[in-house]
Design a protein around this ligand. Sequence first.
Ligand code: ADP
Ligand code: MG
Length: 704
Amino acid sequence: MSDYINVTKIFGENVFNDKTMQERLPKKVYAQLKKIIADGGELDLETADVIAHEMKEWAIEKGATHFTHWFQPLTGVTAEKHDSFISAPLENGDVLMSFSGKELIKGEPDASSFPSGGLRATFEARGYTAWDCTSPAFVRQDACGATLCIPTAFCSYNGEALDQKTPLLRSMEAINTQSLRLLRLFGNTTSKRVVSNAGPEQEYFLINSEKFFQRKDLVYTGRTLFGAMPPKGQEMDDHYFGAIRQKIGAFMKDLNEELWKMGVTAKTQHNEVAPAQHELACIYTSANVAVDSNQLVMATLKRIATKHGMKCLLHEKPFAGVNGSGKHNNWSLCTDDGINLIEPGKTPHENIQFLLILSCIIKAVDKHAGLLREAAADVGNDHRLGADEAPPAIISIFLGEQLQDVVNQLLKRGIATSSIEESVLETGVDWLPSVDKDATDRNRTSPFAFTGNKFEFRMQGSRDSIAPPNVVINTIVAEAFCEACDELEKAGDFNEAVHDMIKENLVKHQRVIFNGNGYSERWVREAKRRGLPNLRSMVDAIPELTRPETIAMYEKFGVFNEAELRSRAEVKYENYAKSINIEARTMIQMASKDIIPAVSKYNRQLAETIIAIKDAGAGDASVETDRLNVTSRLLKEARDAMCILKDKEAKAIHVPEGEEQARYYHNEIVPAMEALRAPVDELELLVDREMWPMPSYGDILFKV
Ligand code: ADP
Ligand code: MG
């Protein structure tokens, strides 16, 4: 890789994007494909053959030897099976490189090898991947060589969604249809499509590879299961936005280059709050493409880190006591002709369309708060939500000063007659340029915050796909729009009906609005008083997927059917139980094979020292004796806690799978793990550094 990056030249060079298609596809074929991308529909095989051929020729020029359908099963990561372009050798022994339309549009991975939460028991094992032409194909260059990756949806034989993409595409259709209905009511006859946009911000940790491999917990579970706090954590606030160290800078440079080549719009990079923590944000785009690019970002982060002798940790809470990592999902709705429906303008009080949309969003979030919370439910995220670093597990909306003022006027008087204006920032220094202040400040503690012309969902875990929150937001807002349109389309006096509806939505659902400190205990009590759900853990949140209201809504908008929802809940319960099981087993192994023997050795050394001091007949062995008393006591505590954990772990297989087993892991195993961790973390601070069997937090976080 050269030092100089010509960004405009390399950006998108490995993407079969619009420009490439226009250059390479016959005019008629290009027009046909564009029409399908814009309006939906099916490609005929003949056209697909032409596209596949051109795509293959282009990919081979980029060095590609293989192609793969690239999809997102419910494993949390992407899946792919590579096929080379070679066809059976000719008689003379030569091979040809081929790629047919059929291979482009359809693949047949064995669905039974992916999580399906019961769908595969009820239906056939066969599964299909289908080309999603709305997200461009790309060539990825890595140790495998170059591979043509074709973004695909993954469904069962009967069409049930087995992936993240299918419901997302369905939800984008739903919000498109309902948004257009609403726009028509306000006299918009020109917009043809409304797209939900997403802009994710991705947090991650970078640590030294060698140290990573010295810790079984990081290797097997992605997080540290033991570990005492170093003397310095993040309390000095000196890492956030701090100067980027050279080693990390070199990593970021390579990362950006790789992402830009694949058309991923890596934009913002900075150090995050915790030591060794960083963030990358891409420019927002259609939710579908954003979901795919975020998967590429996560995979590329890991790949490039390894190249630089580091490991990228995407776990939500790799280290106790320092901030974990999340992902912010910025969401908005935009028409094909460039109107952002979430843009209030300078005088929101006059923007009736915006106020209706806002009131619908408030209604949607209040009505389906639990479901939105569920979208962020992940084993790792249980360590974040509710701790003072991520939003609480309670869903609320932050509106900010300007919109709150308009809402207050509406609630008080039925009409709003003014909007707080932007003002100029007073710095007190003459020669600094005058800066316009936004009409609204930020609130970092809110899970769903209005941020000027978009909403920011701030709960998502760092490892998770951003598809689920976008599916939820698109569908719940589509439902609210639909209910509004059903009524307004029949209204005699449209203006009056809109005003009444805005007021009604606000009156009924204002309880979900909260502009204060979401981290405070007071809010937890206040939220309870308001009747807002507080789903503290993943196992508490999963049942939201199968509530009758959820099923009815998703079925109405064709996003999920009941079987799909039940299957997703099953997959999540299973995932929870399996993940905690792996963590518990890793802890038991580390305690029994590494930690307990190390402490025993240290105790023996202390004992020998005590005897030696006593034998010498001079000196005082009380320091060593006191220490030995403490370490022996903690060692026994650790051993006992390990036995309890082992015992509970062994019983888990007798608990029926599904919800019951997940709850068992949550209620029994997790506390037993905490009980084992406590004495071990104390021991770490006492035992000789040389004898401790793994690198400490200090070694890992401050010596990357
Ligand atoms: P922060 O919220 O930390 O200030 P940034 O401004 O860096 O973060 O990033 C915000 C994210 O929101 C970026 O991914 C950006 O592209 C995205 N974003 C900006 N405008 C919109 C919009 N209208 N719809 C969706 N996402 C948006
Ligand atoms: Mg943000």
